[in-house]
Design a binder for this molecule. Structure first.
Ligand SMILES: [Zn+2]
Length: 198
């Protein structure tokens, strides 16, 4: 962000109490401008103890480095339905209600928030869509750990395999900083779901 979206004036990084903040300030408008985090959605789809992974279509420059980059299930921006994306990218058809909240996370230094859903399927049928190069179910020891698209989040994939082994699924909250990745379970309350007519 270089210019104010309101007046076109130059933007400065806002300094509050001597500390550089993660938003911008327009001297002309005397207003703050925020760059809101991008929300990225992933899905962990399991068949038994195997997880669905998709591979991106490698760009020509990347092809010589490696075959492709793998990521769990599907990934997309929050705007596109995760169930629809699973169908389009991996040919896996799941009613949206079968996707359960599994992980939420923030990756502060790249200003991203992610949401992970999980679901199980009865068979390993899948078919890569036009945007994918490949998709397959992998057991933990077959997982292409060296060729993952986002090795920063390997811990969440390990956690998903751990949970498949134990059959005990918590909802995880992840926090990633430059130096570490932390996963902690969100307490399982006894609250019942509520539906209010609008
Ligand atoms: Zn302005």
């Amino acid at each position: 962000m270089n210019y104010c979206p309101d007046c076109g004036g130059p933007l400065l990084r806002h300094v509050v109490g001597g500390e550089l903040r993660n938003h911008w300030f327009c001297l002309r408008c005397q207003a703050e401008h925020h760059v809101y985090p991008r929300v990225v959605v992933t899905a962990f789809v399991a068949c038994g103890k195997r997880l669905l992974m998709g591979a991106t279509r490698a760009r020509p420059a990347a092809r010589q480095v490696g075959y492709s980059r793998w990521f769990p299930g599907t990934r997309g921006d929050a705007g596109r339905g995760t169930a629809r994306e699973l169908y389009e990218e991996a040919g896996v058809r799941l009613p949206p209600a079968r996707l359960q909240l599994y992980m939420t996370g923030s990756i502060t230094f790249i200003n991203q928030v992610y949401m992970g859903f999980r679901a199980t399927v009865e068979d390993e049928a899948c078919l890569p869509g036009v945007e994918s190069m490949d998709c397959r179910f992998f057991a933990r020891d077959e997982c292409p750990w060296e060729a993952l698209a986002y090795p920063q989040v390997n811990d969440s994939i390990r956690q998903a395999y751990d949970d498949l082994d134990s059959g005990d699924f918590a909802v995880w909250q992840a926090q990633m900083t430059q130096s570490h990745y932390e996963l902690r379970p969100v307490s399982q309350g006894r609250a019942e779901s509520k539906k209010t007519p609008r």
